[in-house]
Ligand binder design. Structure first.
Ligand code: PMP
Length: 405
């Protein structure tokens, strides 16, 4: 007899076939958080090199104090949606802080970055519209496209010429087209060629949405993202982002100068039909946004760490996913090597992300590291040394590395 769970059989067998012996990537528990870059995992003091805590703000005393104060003043939660009963003064202040950071007229805050993409993409594009999205887009972008009912066309990753070709072939009015890309791609750490993409958007008169989830706080003079870094913010119609990385908490947002943008509050179901962020989260996010906009020193430390790790692993002979960024992805040849390598890293006190298809592009197996401003140079050295040590272990099955100058 057929059963609802039958469809998971292939997934269950894949999971069971993974040769984990002593650690399991989905079973990792951080028993004690020591700092933004260290935790106790299974009795071992572990360097965290896969947190997305880019600026290390999760334990910033100012963010914590702001959260405490809001918790004491307004309680543990809003118990409602923004549309019915869940907008507090803090939500407005947070939206103002983001609009101020981006210099935009408008901002809407959502309960997660995932919901921000579902809400904005899903509501903006309807059944008579078109979405052209980069093939390597995040799951939330794909799901937003699914919810929209629009015609979906994928273009080759980071290929503006392919986007242009597909738009030309479609031959529809640009004003019915939403192009969706990311600023920094989270798996390989490669950047979007926003200048070329903006040129194509302008040529066709389309709208452009850029998800800066991994670039907020990381790129640009005041940390707005890759758009600011490339001087192109004014050419982007909708910038989406998250508080779950550089901002160190949870939540999402979209900023825009479109005069009709605010109607999304009444049109987007993932905004209307879910509870708003609790006051403590709103307060720490507001404080973190203030910090990331006004204290470039965190960004500078982050980039120093990124360069040290990227350069160290490259010199050791590892194959890396992209040019230097705070996401450093080490490519390995097979899922078996990936699983063994990841496990040995954890057992030797370094936690990175185990990334494999379908979460990765081109079927790649990646040991994905993300740096933090809070890493010390010594910790980054230890990460590099541990990668080298594990690569030499026979049981991992990694081909010998050829160090380069
Ligand atoms: N967009 C991108 C590109 C992401 O990488 C992520 C999270 N990994 C999200 C959106 C979702 O963000 P959140 O964690 O706030 O739901």
């Amino acid at each position: 007899m057929a059963d609802l769970f039958d469809k998971f059989e292939a997934l269950t067998s894949t999971r069971e076939a993974m040769p984990f012996e002593e650690a399991n990537p989905v079973g990792i528990v951080m028993d004690e958080v020591i700092s933004p870059t260290e935790a106790m995992i299974d009795g071992r003091r572990t360097i965290l090199a896969g947190t997305n805590n880019y600026l290390g703000l999760t334990l910033d005393p100012r963010c914590i104090a702001a959260a405490h104060e809001a918790l004491d003043a307004a309680g543990t939660g809003t118990t409602g949606s923004r549309v019915l009963n869940g907008t507090y003064a803090g939500h407005k202040q947070l939206e103002d802080a983001l609009a101020n950071l981006y210099g935009t007229d408008q901002c809407i805050v959502f309960s997660t970055g995932f919901l921000a993409n579902l809400a904005v993409i899903g509501a903006l594009a309807g059944k008579d519209d078109y979405i052209l999205l980069d093939a390597d887009s995040h799951a939330s972008i794909y799901d937003g496209c699914g919810m929209s009912g629009a015609t979906i066309v994928r273009f080759k990753h980071n290929d503006a010429a392919d986007l242009d070709k597909r738009l030309t072939r479609l031959g529809v009015e640009g004003s019915r087209v939403l192009i969706v890309v990311e600023g920094l791609y989270s798996m390989l750490g490669d950047r979007a060629p926003l200048d070329d993409l903006v040129a194509v958007k302008k040529k066709h008169g389309a709208y452009l949405l850029v998800d800066e989830a991994h670039s907020l706080g990381v790129f640009g003079e005041t940390g707005r993202g890759v758009g600011q870094d490339m001087g192109l913010d004014d050419d982007i119609d909708f910038i989406v982002g998250t508080f779950s990385k550089s901002v160190g908490t949870i939540g999402g947002y979209c900023v825009s100068n479109h005069p009709k943008f605010d109607i999304l509050r009444l049109a987007a179901r993932p905004y209307m039909f879910t509870a708003s962020l609790p006051p403590s989260v709103v307060a720490s996010a507001t404080k973190a946004i203030e910090i990331l906009g006004s204290e470039p020193e965190h960004r500078e430390r982050l980039w120093r760490n990124a360069k040290q790790l990227h350069e160290g692993l490259r010199r050791a002979g590892f194959t890396l996913g992209a040019d230097c960024s705070p996401v450093v992805a080490v490519k390995v040849d097979s899922p078996d090597i990936l699983v063994r390598f990841w496990e040995k890293l954890v057992l030797n006190g370094v936690y990175v992300n185990l990334a494999m298809p379908p979460a990765t592009p081109q079927g790649l197996c990646l040991l994905r590291c993300s740096l933090s401003a809070a890493h010390t140079p010594e910790q980054v050295d230890t990460i590099i040394e541990t990668f080298e040590k594990v690569a030499r272990m026979n049981s991992v099955g990694m081909p010998a590395l050829e160090p380069v100058d």
